[in-house]
Design a protein around this ligand. Structure first.
Ligand code: SAM
Length: 249
């Protein structure tokens, strides 16, 4: 379900992404575990560790889905006594947000009043300029139609000194590893999609959309072009995923 659609017409893509996430919302967390063999949890933990959330931040998690990143960020904030930080989860799909909100209310370790849930578009954020200390987007930017608009909006809503952090599938460089990864992606993921979610084609798109997303260095340059300073990336698991970051001066 960490998928996207890069190979359909622009308007079509947004509609299709919407339909798919509305359909899979209930099985989303299960599918992530099955397809990544649980590794997505390790990547997300590392991502939030690298971000190093500060206790009093106003944090925005875009394409936040069922809350995986937001919960991790909030837990880090709550670990500091007297912290006042707040996390806003934004997603274009209300079904995903509903599942996230239900998860949050069942988790007694999370301060519900320090979480907000907003239905909206990453390409046109419903927030004022310079509203947040940090912005995250995990496995979401690939699903958006205009990646440059998403990054420009991140820049707009961040305060000066604010951090941009993105976790996304990326390109495996080593030819041997890429072969193994391709075999897994093309042979195993659609089958899992078929068996667990009754949906072969969506999971085939997943694999294809990963191949179409800009390479690590191209995406880093897009972040710089949007105005961010110090844009850089770090590969995870041989480039299966990458963490990109930058800050607003
Ligand atoms: N960040 C979560 C995670 O890591 O588990 C969810 C990632 S999920 C693969 C992608 C999410 O992006 C979906 O919840 C989908 O609804 C959302 N999304 C797709 N296009 C979007 C857009 N234009 N604006 C905001 N969210 C979007």
């Amino acid at each position: 379900t960490h998928f996207g659609f890069q190979d359909v017409e622009e308007g079509e893509k947004a509609k299709k992404v919407h339909e798919v996430f509305a359909n899979v919302a209930g099985r989303y967390d299960l599918m992530n575990d099955a397809m990544s063999m649980g590794i997505h949890r390790v990547w997300k933990n590392y991502f939030v560790h690298r971000l190093n959330p500060q206790p009093n931040w106003k944090h925005l998690d875009v394409a936040g889905g069922t809350g995986d990143i937001a919960f991790r960020v909030l837990r880090k904030m709550q670990a500091v006594k007297g912290s006042t930080g707040h996390v806003t989860v934004l997603d274009i799909n209300q079904n995903m947000l509903d599942v996230g909100q239900a998860r949050a209310t069942q988790d007694a370790t999370l301060s519900q009043e320090r979480l907000s849930w907003v239905c909206g578009d990453a390409e046109s954020l419903p927030f004022d300029d310079q509203s947040f200390d940090a912005y995250t987007i995990a496995f979401g930017i690939r699903n958006c139609t205009h990646v440059d608009k998403v990054v420009a909006e991140a820049y707009r809503v961040l305060k000066k000194g604010g951090r941009f952090f993105c976790l996304e599938f990326s390109q495996v460089k080593n030819p041997l590893l890429r072969m193994v990864y391709d075999q897994y992606s093309f042979q195993v993921i659609p089958v899992l999609g078929h068996v667990l979610a009754g949906d072969w084609h969506s999971y085939q798109y997943l694999v294809e959309s990963i191949r179409r997303f800009p390479r690590q260095d191209e995406f880093r340059d897009m972040i710089s072009t949007a105005g961010f300073q110090g844009s850089a990336y770090e590969n995870l698991t041989f480039g299966t995923c990458a963490v990109h970051c930058g800050f607003k001066r």
